[in-house]
Design a protein around this ligand. Sequence first.
Ligand code: PLP
Length: 417
Amino acid sequence: MHNKQLTIAPADIQRAVEQYRTPFHLYDEGTIRAAVRRLSAAFAWAPHFRNYFAVKATPTPEILKIVVSEGCGLDCSSFTELVQAARLQLRGDAIMFTSNNTPLDEYRFALKLDAQINFDDIGHLDWLLDQDVTLPALVSFRYNPGADREGNTIIGRPAEAKFGATRAQLHRGYAAARDRGTKRFGLHTMIASNERNADYFVTTADMLFGLAAELHAALGIEFEYINLGGGIGIPYRPEDEAVDIERIGAGVQRAYAEHILARGMRPPRVVLECGRVITGPAGMLVTTVRHAKSTYRNYVGVDASMADLMRPGMYGAYHHITVLGATPLPSDERYDVIGSLCENNDKFAIDRSLPAVVAGDIMVIHDTGAHGRAMGFNYNGKLRCGELLLRTDGSLQLIRRAETIDDLFATYIESDT
Ligand SMILES: Cc1ncc(COP(=O)(O)O)c(C=O)c1O
């Protein structure tokens, strides 16, 4: 059984448990800052490199402020996420808007903020013009390479994924925008999620820079930015290798030189939209064992549920679990670690080797900092838990309170009878 290091010292987790009721997600500011700096350093060669942190990963304002203070822009995909960027006073090229099946009001708001817009479909340009909406000065489309590339389970195989436009469509879309007078262009793709193979991203860069060169040659357009999307993975399992970020940076640099610089194209900015690799390992879900029961297998019931962390139930995703204070006890029991939803997939772990636990023990579910609390939902009227931040000065800050039943009932409209 492999062990996995916690990103926050057990004594600090214990301090949080003593001050706040479980369950809660706990984030480490220092880990977030270090992750942004490492990514920026790997891409320091690229002109005006910027990671647009994917708001959907961890939308809590105090977390967004940390990544923005480190130089990140924000990647938004919905009205609410745009509002969050606006509330942090971001405008213009500090915002990337990468949405799909986009409603009109979202485009209108993105345009009002002067955000960089990645269109998911070339038909949206005419649709906007039909509604008397002025197109942005900079037009960018999301490319879907279809059968040319493999995706993965989270995002789907590109040929079956709902995102983006085909190569032929891109030729038509950029030509139409150019013919209407657009002079500024971007290009985007995002075809994998939680990918840990550095070379996958280099292949994606080869593909996208090559496509930019092809569009440049065919249509005479220059690109201001090329957005390689997010999707850099993290080692959820103890035996997983961490992604070699520096190898990605160096490989993308080689591809940039070969496709862009060697052809004498105007050098575009290279940007990313990573969320998981920035905040994923920085967060953990801290939960208390409530009951244990044994039937055809052994169950440990905790006070968190799928409402607080959906990834295991939704994707069968692995999240490592540490029983606080139990290491180095042997992991000689096998448990399903369960929440209290009336859904059999409300499980944080299935048949997992863990030390023997009793009610009151604290379990720490690792790597919940991205696409964790953010994905939660209220089925069974479950109230989603709050969030704490361990600051670099050692202080603990409540950055989101737990939901209350009043939050939940606020949307019900009852008649008098
Ligand atoms: C368009 C887009 N950009 C960026 C991201 C961030 O991905 P990750 O957090 O895996 O880096 C996502 C994730 O779903 C996405 O859909």
